[in-house]
Design a protein around this ligand. Structure first.
Ligand SMILES: [Zn+2]
Length: 66
């Protein structure tokens, strides 16, 4: 006979620790997720779409016209 202990269940559902905000998708980066940390402190998920969004958002579009 298994009796569930509500205290134990609460511990299991504890929220993961938030490390910071992704500069790409602007959602939280939580413990256990891969992320890239830049020298100036910016954090981006280790994810192609986040990295792409970050580049397009923070980078400046340059054209080299001949
Ligand atoms: Zn992200």
């Amino acid at each position: 006979m298994a009796v569930e202990n509500p205290m134990t269940l609460n511990v299991k559902w504890e929220e993961p620790r938030v490390i910071g905000e992704c500069a790409g998708c602007l959602s939280d980066i939580v413990e256990g997720e891969g992320y890239i940390e830049f020298p100036d402190g910016l954090l981006v998920h280790y994810d192609r779409s986040c990295a792409m969004t970050f580049c397009l958002e923070y980078g400046e579009l340059k054209h080299y016209d001949l």
